[in-house]
Write a protein of this length. Structure first.
Lengths: 449, 305
């Protein structure tokens, strides 16, 4: 009797133990990737920018799906840069996920303030095997996400990933289909054709400028010049940091900008991006070559007089194709509190599903597949052209180095003098090269020479 | 002196000491911080303690920096032009409106309206008025069949445009101070001059202006300090361009800290500006002392008559 009771007890104990183990095993292995982070709050800092306005609309979906809450500080871009820079110097930061503008990559990585994302993508509990990083627009990833490779700011065998492009932009040519058709003008595919058409328009359409471009002194004039420098075969520095901005390609780019501004709308030398876009959307210019981010505004009849009349084409080819890369990326600060939950949010937002959701709300896609999506193309018919343009996105059209701010400003004021004071482009660029060499020398770029 | 009376004499100082100390810290600490920062190679991504000490390098390098020199020149030119124009117009208007006519009070209120507007709004307002196509000036010129003016797209015109905006906003400041000074002049001096058969101009040159001088010098000093530090209007209207034609020093300092991320260099620039303003202030105070003595003598003479 006792024996049989003992046997029953042993059998029951074993059964309970086995059941408990099975449940525990099953529990440990069937947990979803978000379960451990349910109830946590990710605090993010985003810019006040159309892309991030779209992001705000899809964030509730992330919380619903994962149980992770998100709090966002949305600040004007310059304020964001200032606040992020201060936040990153604190021992414990307030933000878990940070949006940064492309220039900041150099500062933050150099100061060791951004997490290397390898350790998250290596973690099987965090990294989604279906993430498909090959689908991310490589020009953007190289420009905004990677550092430590070639020239320090590009990919290469020594490079690592510090951020994912999110809210990034490239350049396309927007043109007035009706005006081009009316005068039998072909959409320019090369720089020669572009410059010819830019000066032909004011002759055939009285009161209309050829192309609206940024040209205001400082960053805007520099941006406009660099936009032409890369496709015309130029670079600011060679591989050993010697300024080559004043070579033949540089002079060609400066002359191209001067031609565009001279044949542009009235007051073009004072234009920033908003004024140039306004000139195009109000019908005083026939072309506009700048960021894809402006397209949504051109197609909005409440803001634009040219809605439905705009065609989009690739940035024309010079000696090579090369459209700009810029805008924002997202990274995880080294001093963040909830890094893993922040990674999950970053991964979700830049996944195929998240990227498409944001794009459908008016954001800028970070993936080639999003640009190919039929629903997106039905909503925004220019998407396919933008996707094609991104194949030629040049991650090295301007250097991303800590000394860039000063050199950029110098290029901008020198270009402004070319445009408004008749300074000779070669003389202006020689001056820039000489000063850039000094700045680079002081910053230690010639230490190994 | 007994110990008790010594203690009595010192007691007020003991009570005052914390407040004075706090005041000194609050006033001098930020200035000391800026002076210290100017000797560093400091970027915003670093703690100040991590920045490299570079001695006078920032100060020396600035004099080899063409853009800084140009910006310094623009600032001097801007301050000289706007302050001269504002003084001339402000004092002139005060002399003109210093009379008891109907509606004069309302007119005076209208004159001081511009200085009540935030500089950033003034900048935006003028920027749109100077707009090449939709701006009021060029539209009017076009309606009259005249050529448009490249207000903000030409170096010289941009400088003029910024000067006009500043003069528009700050002439009223000189005007109200001058008017207050005029209205507090001793009537006996003016009456005596009238009895002696002095003309209007003679009264202005020999009585009114010398008596107003102490107030005018303070007004001039305040405007000079402000003109050297002007930022918002220029930032919004031209952002320093075209080229560096309107890149005043405050804007250069702002860009050096914000765009170039060189906090040490920006601090050194600020210190150059501080030294210049301190020099100007000292000269003005010494001159003001002499002028005040002269005005006091004039007042005394007027009272004797």
């Amino acid at each position: 009797m006792l024996k049989s009771l003992n046997a029953t007890f042993v059998a029951t104990t074993m059964l309970v133990a086995t059941a408990t183990t099975t449940i525990a095993w099953a529990d440990g292995h069937s947990k979803g990737p978000y379960d451990d982070y349910k109830g946590q709050t990710v605090t993010a800092i985003f810019p006040a920018h159309p892309h991030y306005n779209a992001v705000m609309k899809v964030l509730p979906e992330f919380t619903k799906e994962t149980g992770i809450k998100v709090e966002v500080d949305q600040l004007q871009y310059l304020k964001l840069r200032e606040k992020s820079t201060l936040e990153l110097t604190k021992r414990q930061g307030d933000y878990d996920l940070m949006s940064y503008v492309v220039f900041s990559k150099a500062d933050y990585v150099f100061a060791d303030q951004l997490e290397n994302l390898a350790r998250f993508f290596m973690n099987p509990k965090l990294a989604d095997p279906k993430y498909d990083a090959d689908d991310l627009i490589d020009g953007y990833v190289q420009n905004i996400g990677v550092a430590g490779g070639k020239k320090g700011y590009l990919p290469g065998p020594t490079g690592s990933l510090f951020g994912i492009p999110f809210g990034s932009e490239t350049s396309v040519l927007a043109y007035r289909k009706d005006i081009f058709e009316k005068h039998g003008i072909e959409v320019p595919k090369t720089y020669d054709a572009l410059l010819k058409v830019a000066c032909q328009i004011p002759e055939v359409e009285k009161g209309m400028g050829g192309m609206a471009s940024r040209a205001a002194s400082g960053h805007q004039a520099s941006h406009a010049f660099l936009l032409h420098l890369a496709p015309l075969g130029g670079r600011v520095f060679d591989d050993e940091w010697n300024p080559i901005i004043n070579n033949e390609a540089g002079v060609k780019a400066a002359n191209a900008l001067k031609t565009i501004v001279d044949c542009g709308p009235e007051g073009a030398t004072t234009f920033g991006p908003a004024e140039a876009a306004a000139s195009f959307s109000q019908g005083t210019s026939a072309m506009f070559m700048d960021s894809i981010a402006f397209a949504a505004g051109f197609e909005d009849p409440s803001k634009s007089k040219v809605a439905g009349k705009v065609g989009y084409a690739l940035h024309p080819e010079g000696v090579r194709r090369g459209s700009q890369t810029g805008g924002f990326g997202v990274g995880i600060p080294r001093n963040a509190k909830n890094k893993e939950a922040a990674f999950l949010l970053m991964q979700w937002l830049t996944s195929k599903k998240g990227d498409l959701m944001v794009a459908m709300q008016g954001g800028n896609p970070s993936r080639f597949s999003t640009y190919e999506n039929a629903d997106l193309n039905a909503k925004y018919p220019y998407s396919a052209t933008f996707g094609e343009a991104l194949k030629y996105a040049d991650p090295d059209w301007r250097p991303i180095i800590p000394t860039w701010g000063k050199i950029n400003a110098d290029i901008g004021t020198s270009m402004s003098k070319v445009l408004t004071e008749g300074l000779d482009p070669k003389e202006a660029l020689d001056g820039v090269a000489e000063r850039a060499k000094k700045i680079m020398d002081e910053a230690g770029y010639y230490t190994w020479k | 002196m007994t110990t008790a009376s010594k203690l009595n004499r010192l007691t007020p100082y003991f009570f005052l000491a914390p407040a004075v100390l706090l005041l000194i810290v609050a006033l001098l600490y930020p200035i000391g911080y800026m002076i210290y920062a100017s000797f560093l190679d400091w970027r915003p991504s670093q703690y100040i303690s991590e920045a490299e000490f570079v001695g006078f390098r920032n100060y020396i390098n600035l004099w080899n920096d063409e853009a800084f020199r140009e910006s310094f020149g623009v600032t001097l030119k801007f301050a000289a032009v706007v302050v001269t124009l504002e003084m001339a117009l402000g004092v002139g208007l005060a002399l003109l409106l210093d009379r008891n006519l109907r509606g004069m009070a309302a007119l005076r209120t209208i004159f001081i309206l511009p200085m009540m507007i935030a500089p950033i709004v003034v900048g935006l307002m003028w920027r749109y008025m100077y707009h090449p196509t939709v701006g009021i000036f060029n539209r009017t010129l076009k309606n009259w069949g005249l050529e448009p003016i490249p207000w903000l797209s030409d170096g010289t015109w941009s400088f003029i445009a910024v000067v006009i905006a500043d003069v528009w906003q700050w002439t009223p400041f000189i005007f109200i101070l001058s008017l207050a000074a005029l209205q507090s002049l001793p009537q006996s001096a003016l009456e005596a001059a009238e009895l002696d058969g002095a003309s209007g101009w003679q009264k202005i040159w020999h009585i009114k202006l010398p008596l107003m001088m102490p107030v005018l010098i303070v007004a001039l000093l305040l405007r000079l300090i402000d003109a050297f530090k002007v930022l918002e209007v220029v930032l919004v209207m031209t952002n320093g361009g075209p080229g560096l034609s309107t890149e005043i020093l405050s804007l250069r300092i702002f860009r050096t800290a914000q765009e170039f991320q060189e906090l040490g260099v920006a601090a050194a620039m600020s210190n150059y500006l501080l030294i210049l303003l301190m020099l100007l202030t000292t000269i003005m105070f010494v001159y003001n002392k002499a002028v005040e003595n002269r005005a006091a003598r004039l007042r005394a003479a007027a009272q004797e008559t």
